[in-house]
Write a protein that binds this ligand. Structure first.
Ligand SMILES: *Cc1c(COP(=O)(O)O)cnc(C)c1O
Length: 391
């Protein structure tokens, strides 16, 4: 089933760990240093000539973060990986590296909120314009490509309504028109979807979700060719300097040890909870990319080996207060943003409606997103059951 060049178990348990260098310690050391010293002027000079392959200063390379980078690159089957202080930093650096003044960007509509801000608010300040596409029909993309289009930003599935894009179709068109493609692959994780298999150039992850998996680190990653990573290292990574600390890298390495276990567990529990909700009379609709009722479930099944713990549902009510009351009645779900940790979460879109001086979000007030953590399905289902009684 696992067609990575290196076995998944090898990546999670050993890859990148050179234990001969640190007393055969099983857990890699946190090389908590900003600076590295040189034996002589010749080796000092050599490091300046090629900082990318030397330890000169931790804004560039650090041995602890290198272990994480090697694991993430192997998980995404790419030549290399760079890590950042957040997923937002990774996406911003991946985008900025591939555009210049006068270029045009095509982006999937309603991407992650800060990707949206980057494309619609920041890039125009630097003379880069954009078109949002639904991503459901590839001909729409062909229609909006211009001679100035340099970049396509995908997010498949997205993390609220799980819209899926035909990765192979988009990658082929991008290659034909010399457009760089970047995807936010956070929803699927590298275990359930490897976009390079379909020809996507750059894969972005926030490690804050599944990769770290314990809700105690904010971090991001970009995976791609050595050439692309060289370019981003020498420019955006080093100039913007939004790097990951060795300490946080070591926490993510620890989290990754159990990635396969956690993904299997949350995927199974989430499907069980989603099926329960789908059969509940007070639920109008469940949005989960692998349920047969999901409009794009064939494409989702073709591209993804699993779906993880995130899904959404619509409560059958026309009262915002009823939604809030139902959510307030939940005892086993924390009311919070983010996801991918050990704990189950609930995010009701009712809270974003009728905010002063703000537009309503493009989602109905009765939409609720659940993240299913590592708890038992029965524990979560009985909590939802009692909370839905108020509807
Ligand atoms: C959380 C998230 C991000 C941003 O990651 P940070 O590490 O919080 O900056 C980007 N994309 C998706 C899909 C996310 O869920």
């Amino acid at each position: 089933m696992d067609n990575r060049p290196i076995k998944l178990s090898e990546i999670l348990t050993h890859l990148g760990e050179e234990r001969d260098h640190y007393f055969q310690a099983v857990a890699p050391p946190i090389i908590q240093t900003s600076n590295f010293a040189f034996k002589d002027t010749a080796s000092f000079r050599a490091a300046f000539l090629d900082e990318r392959s030397h330890h000169l200063y931790t804004r560039g390379n650090n041995p602890t973060t290198e272990i994480l980078r090697r694991k993430l690159a192997a998980l995404e089957k790419t030549e290399d990986c760079l890590v950042f202080s957040s997923g937002a930093a990774a996406m911003s650096c991946g985008v900025l590296a591939n555009i210049k003044h006068g270029d045009h960007v095509i982006c999937i509509k309603n991407p992650y909120s800060w990707t949206n801000k980057l494309v619609s608010k920041m890039l125009p300040r630097f003379g880069v314009d954009h078109t949002f596409i639904s991503g459901e029909d590839i001909s729409e993309f062909q229609r909006v490509i211009t001679t100035r289009t340099r970049l396509l930003i995908l997010e498949s599935p997205n993390s609220i309504t799980y819209g899926v894009q035909d990765l192979e179709g988009y990658a082929q068109l991008c290659h034909k028109h010399q457009i760089v493609s970047i995807i936010d692959n956070t929803y699927a994780s590298p275990l359930f979807q490897n976009p390079v298999d379909y020809g996507i150039d750059l894969i972005m992850h926030t490690c804050s979700k599944y990769l770290n998996g314990h809700s105690d680190v904010v971090a991001g990653a970009l995976c791609g060719t050595r050439e692309m990573m060289d370019k981003i290292f020498a420019s955006e990574l080093m100039t913007l300097g939004s790097i990951l600390s060795p300490n946080d890298a070591s926490l993510i390495i620890r989290g990754i040890r159990t990635l396969a276990l956690r993904m299997e567990r949350v995927s199974n529990t989430a499907l069980e909870v989603a099926r329960f909700l789908e059969s509940h009379p007070k639920v109008e609709q469940v949005m989960h990319p692998l349920l047969p009722s999901f409009p794009q479930h064939h494409l989702a099944r073709k591209q993804m080996k699993g779906a993880g713990g995130l899904f959404s549902f619509l409560v059958k009510t026309d009262s915002k207060e009823a939604v809030n009351k139902m959510v307030d009645n939940l005892k086993c779900f924390l009311l919070a943003v983010s996801w991918g940790g050990h704990e189950s979460l609930v995010l009701p879109f009712s809270i974003f409606h009728d905010m002063p001086n703000r537009q309503n979000p493009p989602y109905q007030f009765n939409l609720i997103r659940l993240y299913i953590g590592l708890e038992d399905a029965d524990y979560l289902i009985s909590d939802l059951e009692q909370a839905l009684e108020v509807i």
